[in-house]
Design a protein around this ligand. Structure first.
Ligand code: AMP
Ligand code: GLY
Length: 427
């Protein structure tokens, strides 16, 4: 009998995880909760919300799920891994205490300080006037300041302030107007770092780890990193700046010390360690950790992993990573997110999507905000899908992916035209 898996989530990241896990010879059946239409050929979608932990746990028990893989952060911070473990169910993802690495910026920054993990200089405040004083001091030193809400704010609780006035406004918005609710009870003010951003992905079993690879996201809505932040408009793997030397530096200065620190704090980290880094002239510094794969980074990471992912995730969930290895495909992978009209503001839904049947066989489409209406695929979310192409180099993957994107249509579809261009500037 093969294994039964449950993938929790409904986005492009989870579609990519389902696609990758479905290739494992050990898999008999995959369920996705709640899933999306893109996954339907690979998985049975079950209508359970990602934060309905009791219903997910009951489903896993009744359907004898061998491994549950959690996509998004919300169920992790709510304690899905703790709940499953109490039931004796195997789950890949950190405990609620370990997911604080993403869920609380105050927790993670204090951890970095205590254990000497490189990060931007910062202070934590529960008083707006003191926060303002510190921001004023940073600007006086010519540093620039970044203001962050403590808790989860859907990626929007961070303001990189261009002036003291902007920092001051952000402090008021988070602390006084409570734009992000209780997530803003405490705030962080930190120095603004200069450099190139890089995401690094590793898998940890609590004490050991496996380094996967790195990627660059494109968070702003418009070309040349302009306009408001989004969940991510495209990504590509292994940017030229990610050398073997930098990889070793990230592992020695960031990943290993973080795993040791989490052990020492009594909340060993089992799951994906996604380090958002700034590569500064003084080396890598952690901007933030995420407790999951990135979206859309997972959509370019999964096709680059040659090894069967299932034994790796199982071993990590069992605390038995030693002995596992991961083989990465040569070349590069580029993914472009197609967004609905209006995104990242209020967006349209229900527009027919056409052209997917025109794509080359080896082009990948990972759906996110889609739905089926009378057998027609329509838009149903802001980030509708990611189109992904792999090739022997970043430039050829860029050329290939954009050739494919042009074949897809829906009303007011928009996307960035410069995904991966950062890489060409680095090389
Ligand atoms: P975070 O959610 O902490 O990763 O912040 C979101 C984005 O804000 C990051 O991806 C960076 O682009 C930017 N950012 C955060 N902290 C800093 C910092 N200390 N210096 C410069 N940029 C930052
Ligand atoms: N792409 C950014 C994230 O997943 O947080």
């Amino acid at each position: 009998m093969g294994k039964k898996l449950l993938v929790v989530g409904s986005g492009g990241r989870e579609h990519a995880l389902v696609w990758k896990l479905a290739q494992s010879p050990a898999v008999e059946k995959i369920y996705a909760a709640p899933g999306n239409p893109g996954m339907m050929q690979l998985a049975e979608c079950v209508n359970i919300a990602v934060d309905d932990i009791e219903a997910l746990c009951k489903f896993a028990r009744e359907n004898e799920i061998d491994l549950t893989v959690v996509g998004p952060e919300a169920p992790l911070t709510l304690g899905i891994a703790d709940r499953f473990k109490r039931e004796g169910l195997l789950i890949f993802g950190p405990s609620a205490a370990a997911a604080r690495l993403e869920g609380s910026k105050v927790f993670s920054k204090n951890l970095f300080k205590k254990y000497g993990i490189p990060t931007a200089r910062f202070e934590v405040f529960d008083d707006a006037e003191q926060a303002r004083d510190f921001a004023r001091r940073l600007f006086a030193e010519g540093q620039g300041a970044v203001v962050k809400a403590d808790g989860l704010a859907a990626g929007k609780g961070v303001v990189v302030a261009g002036s003291f006035a902007e920092a001051s406004e952000a402090i008021d918005s988070i602390m006084k107007d409570k734009t992000f609710g209780a997530a803003g009870d405490k705030i962080l003010v930190e120095e603004c770092l200069q450099g190139e951003e890089l995401s690094f992905f590793a898998i940890s079993d609590g004490s050991d780890y496996l380094a996967l690879l790195s990627a660059q996201d494109h968070k702003r809505i418009f070309n040349h990193d302009e306009g408001p932040n989004t969940g991510g408009m495209g990504a590509y793997t292994n940017p030229p700046l990610y050398t073997e030397e930098l990889k070793q530096q990230i592992i020695a200065q960031v990943i290993e010390p973080t795993i040791r620190a989490m052990q020492a704090e009594g909340c060993p980290y089992q799951g994906v360690l996604y380090a958002g880094l700034m590569i500064t002239p003084d080396g890598p510094k952690v901007l933030e950790y995420n407790a999951r794969f990135g979206d859309p980074e997972a959509q370019v990471l999964m096709p680059m992993i040659k090894s069967d992912l299932l034994p790796i995730l199982e071993a990590a969930a069992q605390g038995q990573l030693p002995g596992q290895t991961v083989e990465i495909n040569p070349g590069a992978c580029v993914g472009v997110v197609l967004a609905a009209g209006g995104y990242p503001g209020t967006y349209q839904k229900g527009d027919a999507i056409t052209g997917l049947d025109q794509l080359q066989d080896d082009t990948l489409v990972f759906q996110a905000g889609t739905a089926l209406q009378d057998n027609q695929l329509v838009t149903a979310g802001g980030r509708v899908m990611a189109v992904v192409a792999c090739a022997d180099s970043i430039p050829s993957a860029i050329a290939k992916v954009y050739g494919e994107v042009e074949k897809i249509h829906f009303k007011d579809m928009h996307y960035r035209h410069d995904i991966g261009q950062k890489a060409l500037r680095q090389s």
